[in-house]
Design a protein around this ligand. Sequence first.
Ligand code: SAH
Length: 228
Amino acid sequence: MLQAQVFTLYPEVFPGPLDKGLYGKAMAEKLWSLNVINIRDAATDKHKTVDDTPYGGGTGMLLKPDILAKSIDQNINAGERIFYLSPKGKKFDQNLAMELSKAKSFSLICGHFEGVDERVLTTRNIEEISIGDYVLSGGETAALVVLDSVLRLLPGVLGNEKSASEETFENGLLEYPQYTKPQIWEQKSVPDVLLSGDHAKIKDWRLSQSEAITRVRRPDMWQKYKKN
Ligand code: SAH
């Protein structure tokens, strides 16, 4: 079972979409669990203060290192990877999602305000990861994105394990176009090859479509794919 843990100031955000549908079923079947830690529980003063102004000046507030570290130290599983969701982190991708789906446990820290005191990141060996080149107001939505992409890779969660292996990113290409019934819709038919029953031909067509789409939309992925 994968044990995921989230540190947040907004515990009510979780599990959000993650206890619906197949993920709810997977949770009930104990394929994964989610432990949500309220960082504010580690605050010590009567106002439950968690943040303070940055040294050197500037707008906004930072999560205090003493409070955040206390929360982490009280709750972390020995040896697990800890990630801080952050726009200046290493870009989160399908490879990391795959790695995390094989882990026993990992923790995600959601920042707020201007972020967190840098010293917590280094002393607690925390890896910074970003879900993309834009700035969110808090790490919660980013944590949901990370968890969603990891959970669907857990064996037994999607039901049809093969469906994950043919998808966008799994082979360095974007996915080919897909069609379902009705065969003719608004005067448009689905591509003939998909009706041919010729599996080798269908496979070739899908690969060529994947390649064409990737070349146009994602030159960065195309360059890497061509090299391999
Ligand atoms: N001052 C910071 C931004 C803080 S945004 C900076 O310039 O780097 C507030 C919080 O939202 C962050 O602590 C982080 O947890 C979360 N966040 C914002 N953008 C994110 C992104 N692209 N990926 C992951 N987390 C993000």
